[in-house]
Write a protein that binds this ligand. Structure first.
Ligand code: ZN
Length: 467
């Protein structure tokens, strides 16, 4: 991640100089080449809003060759002379905008700049079609390992990565701020099976069609090509469940996933109705360094097919998928909550006393534990303290405001921001409104600070040490 950050900074400076010159010339202007995230400013682009991706892919596991035809339906949010998409590597063969051949160029780290024959008016509909091919390659991350399109030992392939993933296999507005529906049609040789996000539309010959109708952040999209064993069912409300297991998946993992309806029922009792139109899981054989909350169907490392991980990734469907981060510095809104969902599961299903768990964690916490930040932790440090200090902060918050207010917050926040983005400071204001408490000191101590909270915030309510 260090090298990548240096490259991004250089690209940002160049982009700013370039951008201001172009903007001064005359409207319509070039759309921004970044969506302005605090940590990954080049990710995503400005000037348009995507409504739908309709991706047609042919993939040959023997040669690793992928051919793609991506149709992006979007709307211009400003007058555009040109606009950018994100694409890592791969070769672009042609681009059309609203049916007409468009000029394109590749530049920066992953920019594909598209210049239509005539400028686009603000508010105008855009249908952009990109035809491309090549051998997809993952992005290497020093903390998480490979991200994006990856190859499995079986000869198959799968997609998993955060914060970078989607641009390794299709042209995209690669930012959490631009959600869209995702339709995938993928053709693979007949001996291979396919799993992806959303609902299984059908298989015609060697072509497999999947549709995610819940607007999804690009890095939450996935596909898996493997000799899958499928497990299919329905939730109580009829929502389809499809899970896929790579060869060699243990019976214990299959038994854990078979409890998914119970897990989603439990999570719905805490977080409100399940906000996604399908459910399931993708269980890899590869022991990759992480599991990920890909929408409707989390993807699990070969090391991680256990109940606690399944609870965690499915909690993200509310906290992370349906409500996505506004900026990567808000990642606690995903991870602190998914981690606390595991605590709630242990409390409800295993009778664990969470106050005892909390106190013993405090007793054994190192200086490094307290030094970790839950907000604005810095790029490359998003996935450190949120799993350990994160659930502690939420348990302390629960004792600070009481179960009634806390449960109300947990249940109503996802509905308030459904299919949208949110920030941690917005969450603070919402908790203050619900609890009728000023919580600046509490949030400073737990979420914004990097030292052990003072006793008044460390031991609120029933957490007070017994005399
Ligand atoms: Zn997580």
């Amino acid at each position: 991640m260090t090298l990548r950050r240096v490259a991004l900074l250089v690209a940002t400076v160049a982009g700013l100089v370039f951008g201001s010159g172009a903007a001064d010339a005359a409207p319509p202007a070039a759309g921004s080449d970044g969506a302005g995230d605090s940590y990954y400013p080049q990710d995503g682009n400005g000037g348009y809003d995507v409504a739908d991706y309709h991706l047609t892919v042919g993939y040959n596991p023997a040669t690793h060759q992928l051919r793609g035809d991506q149709v992006i339906t979007a709307r211009a949010t400003e007058s555009l002379r040109s606009f950018n998409l994100d694409l890592e590597g791969l070769t672009v063969d042609s681009v059309r905008v609203n049916g007409k051949v468009a000029a394109f160029s590749r530049n920066g780290e992953h920019e594909l700049t598209v210049t239509p024959q005539r400028p686009l008016r603000r508010g105008e509909g855009i249908v952009a079609e990109v035809v491309y091919h090549g051998v997809p390659a993952p992005i290497s991350d020093p903390l998480l390992g490979d991200n994006g399109w990856q190859y499995s030992a079986s000869g198959g392939a799968f997609v998993a990565g955060e914060p970078h993933s989607a641009a390794t296999w299709y042209p995209v507005n690669d930012t959490p701020k631009d959600k869209a529906t995702f339709h995938l049609s993928i053709t693979v040789p007949k001996e291979w099976g396919v799993i992806a996000n959303g609902r299984e539309v059908g298989t015609h010959g060697n072509t497999h069609v999947w549709a995610e109708e819940t607007p999804v952040v690009p890095y939450m999209t996935t596909v898996g090509i493997e000799q899958w064993e499928f497990q299919r069912g329905r939730l109580g409300d009829g929502t389809p469940v499809v899970s896929a297991f790579a060869p060699g998946t243990s019976d214990a993992t299959k038994a854990a996933e078979a409890r998914l309806p119970e897990i989603l029922d439990f999570l719905a009792s805490k977080f409100g109705p399940y906000p996604i139109d399908a459910a399931g899981g993708i269980f890899l054989a590869e022991p990759i360094g992480f599991s990920l909350e890909t929408m409707s169907r989390p993807i699990y490392s070969g090391r991680a097919g256990n109940i606690q991980t399944i609870v965690h990734e499915n909690a993200h469907q509310w906290y992370g998928d349906s409500v996505a981060v506004e900026d990567w510095k808000d990642v606690c809104l995903n991870e602190c909550f998914a981690s606390y969902a595991q605590w709630l599961w242990s409390e409800a299903k295993d009778g664990q006393d969470l106050d005892t768990r909390y106190r013993s964690t405090v007793a054994s916490a190192s200086a490094q534990f307290w030094a970790g930040k839950l907000y604005d932790m810095g790029p490359g440090k998003e996935f450190t303290s949120v799993y350990s200090k994160g659930p502690m902060a939420l348990h302390a918050l629960r004792r600070q405001i009481g179960d009634n207010a806390f449960n109300l917050v947990l249940r109503t926040w996802p509905a308030l921001h459904r299919n949208e983005n949110a920030s941690l400071p917005e969450f603070q204001r919402y908790v203050e409104r619900v609890s009728h408490q000023s919580l600046q000191g509490f949030f400073d101590a737990w979420f914004y600070g990097n030292s052990k909270p003072a006793d008044q915030y460390l031991y609120p309510g029933s957490l007070k040490p017994q005399a």
